[in-house]
Design a protein around this ligand. Structure first.
Ligand SMILES: Cc1cc2nc3c(=O)[nH]c(=O)nc-3n(C[C@H](O)[C@H](O)[C@H](O)COP(=O)(O)O)c2cc1C
Length: 336
């Protein structure tokens, strides 16, 4: 009997396959199907800092009726009230999800700056969430701000959210840091119980006819998993927080690689948007089949087995590998 259980954010999950934050998780019926298909936990769609701040503006309007500044300010956020259910709808969604599911329900906040909005984390906990994921989506476009300053902001944000809740928190990070291992340790010290690697940044495209910058969202490709495997393998054992991989997990083999790198859970969104929620059954079956064939009795036994700490050749993750990789291409003889 293959044991797929894992531990994540202080809970024992029946499976390491977690449905990451996406519009699929906005619908309670879909959440039930995720549980039925073998998800170990679900992450609800994010509520955004801007939405919560805007609710603060609504409050201000109450207090300062007849000022024009309010109308001007909210015009920047045209549909913020209803996006991802809006702040009130969000709490109700957490309650409904908890009522409908036996697996853990993880709420999600998306923001980048400390402030009163982080207190909303406490409301998500009160609504019944088992844990909270904080997606720090910050784009460092200000030429006056140095890396240390920005990283301090991450630290403050994690401390602020942590101080509002007693449930565990996970921090979803970007891959773009100068010293990711040091930052990971700092965030764990600030209260991050898990790190979710990595956010996908959605780069805008150019419409050459209209000469406009336009949004573009492509679902992920399995090749995006490699960046996550690399850094999970490096962080495994170097940081006290649990590690989760999001980005490029499409198959059972992808999920197995995530486990071997050191992740406690492998998250899926693109594959489910592409193939439907029942794709989880296939991924789960593929994992179990491979484990059976290779005599692995449990997921926990394989977690971290290919990490920097345990791999036979640590150079594979370090600079030494760079020349090897370049040379391996030259030796293939593919040049015309
Ligand atoms: C349409 C869409 C909506 C998403 N919404 C959120 C969100 O609200 N909050 C969040 O943290 N991540 C969000 N994500 C990111 C996913 O949770 C996930 O991290 C990312 O898609 C990478 O995983 P994948 O390769 O399995 O798709 C969204 C992704 C997609 C495609």
């Amino acid at each position: 009997m293959i044991d797929l259980t894992t531990s994540y954010l202080g809970k024992i999950l029946c499976s390491p396959l977690v449905c990451s934050s996406s519009p699929l998780c906005e619908d309670v019926d879909q959440l039930r199907r995720m549980e039925d298909a073998g998800a170990g936990a679900v992450v609800l769609p994010s509520l955004f800092e801007e939405q919560i701040r805007r609710e603060g503006l609504d409050l201000d309007q109450f207090l300062e009726q007849n000022t024009n500044s309010y109308a001007e300010a909210v015009s920047y956020f045209p549909d913020m009230n209803s996006y991802n259910l809006g702040p009130d709808g969000y709490l109700e969604h957490v309650r409904q999800a908890k009522k409908a599911l036996a697996i853990p329900v993880i709420g999600s906040l998306n923001g980048s700056t400390p402030g009163g909005w982080t207190e909303y984390a406490g409301l998500i906990e009160q609504a019944g969430a088992d844990a909270l994921e904080l997606n720090v989506y910050y784009l460092p476009t200000d030429p006056e701000r140095c890396a240390a300053d920005i990283e301090r902001q991450y630290d403050e944000l994690v401390r602020a959210v942590k101080s509002c809740v007693s449930i565990p928190i996970a921090v979803k990070l970007s891959p773009f840091f100068t010293a990711p291992v040091e930052l990971a340790r700092r965030l764990a010290a600030a209260g991050a119980d898990a790190l979710v690697l990595f956010n996908r940044f959605y780069q805008p495209d150019f419409d050459l006819e209209a000469l406009e910058v336009v949004p573009s969202l492509h679902l992920s490709h399995p090749s995006e998993l490699l960046l996550r495997l690399h850094w999970t393998a490096i962080l495994c054992g170097a940081v006290s927080a649990d590690l989760a991989i999001t980005g490029g997990v499409h198959s059972g083999l992808d999920a197995l690689k995530a486990m071997m790198a050191g992740a406690r859970v492998a998250m899926l969104t693109s594959a489910l948007l592409k193939h439907g929620v029942d794709h989880l059954k296939k991924v789960r079956a593929e994992m179990a089949h491979w484990m059976e064939e290779h005599d692995y009795a449990s997921v926990r036994l394989m977690q971290g087995s290919m990490s920097l700490r345990y791999v036979a050749d640590p150079g594979a993750y370090q600079r030494a590998n760079y020349m090897r990789v370049l040379r391996s291409y030259a030796l293939r003889g593919e040049a015309p």
